[in-house]
Design a protein around this ligand. Structure first.
Ligand SMILES: [Cu+2]
Length: 255
């Protein structure tokens, strides 16, 4: 009897490990057309633009986000959404986030593992716009977004959307190519690696550190007071330990 209980616990634990599927990972893009530049200019609510250009040697996409007239509230997230903004400017028509690996919305993006995040989740990977700021600027290289037409992570036929913490869409814009560029030259690839560097300059209407209570459910803010999202994931090693312990227990009971 006790043996069977131990064994069923063991089976449950082993099933738990099997169900803990790793998140799919996005492939790094190394063949973006060199010199290609596109920009998404925001029409209002938030002013500014997002410039996307091919990384050095066609490796990754360099994003430059320059915003002003940011409304009160926040932190604000932003993403690449799958559909372009229609003529009437309705941000709701832009659909879901660009997610060619189909990893979905949960678990929340872990910025230390950007390859496991939605490709379009730029705020998740590189930081949201903190509350209490009127301007924001960020500059980073994303390895997984693509400027190669026809690939799943291609985004120049899509849009960028900014959200309030409750996910309401504040502003959105389509990318427009401003410089076509050319196919990458093989000998030019493998240049200096800027990947993963994120620089942000933020000017503040209110002095830093006087933020009122953080609204719940917001994306992690890039300021020093980054809320750590509670992880619901099990580490494989600890689960293996549990299985080993249960196995040991079952053996003992059977002996
Ligand atoms: Cu979005």
């Amino acid at each position: 009897m006790r043996t069977s209980v131990a064994l069923s616990l063991l089976v449950a634990a082993a099933t738990g490990v099997a169900a803990q599927n790793p998140l799919p990972t996005a492939a790094a893009v190394t063949n973006n057309p060199v010199g290609l530049v596109a920009e998404a200019v925001l029409p209002g609510n938030i002013k500014g633009k997002v410039v996307a250009k091919s990384g050095e040697g066609g490796v990754g996409v360099q994003f430059n986000v320059e915003l002003s007239s940011i409304p009160e509230g926040g932190p604000f997230t932003y993403h690449i959404h799958v559909n372009p903004v229609p003529e009437n400017g309705n941000c709701s028509a832009t659909g879901a986030h660009l997610d060619p690996t189909e990893r979905g919305e949960t678990p929340v993006c872990d910025k230390s593992k950007p390859e496991t995040c939605q490709v379009g989740d730029l705020a998740g990977k590189y930081g949201a716009i903190p509350e209490g700021k009127t301007t924001f600027s960020a500059n980073y290289i994303d390895k997984y977004a693509s400027l190669v037409e026809g690939t799943g992570a291609y985004f120049l036929n899509r849009s960028i959307v900014f959200h309030y913490p409750n996910k309401t869409r504040i502003a959105c814009a389509n990318f427009k190519i401003t410089n076509v560029g050319s196919a990458p030259h093989p000998s030019e690839s493998g240049g200096e690696d800027h990947t993963g560097t994120v620089t942000q300059t933020i000017s503040s209407a209110a002095p830093i550190g006087t933020n009122p209570a953080q609204t719940t459910g917001g994306a992690p803010s890039p300021s020093g007071t980054m809320p750590v999202t509670a992880g619901a994931s099990f580490s494989t090693s600890s689960m293996t330990g549990v299985v080993a312990a249960l196995l040991g227990g079952a053996m003992m009971l059977m002996l």
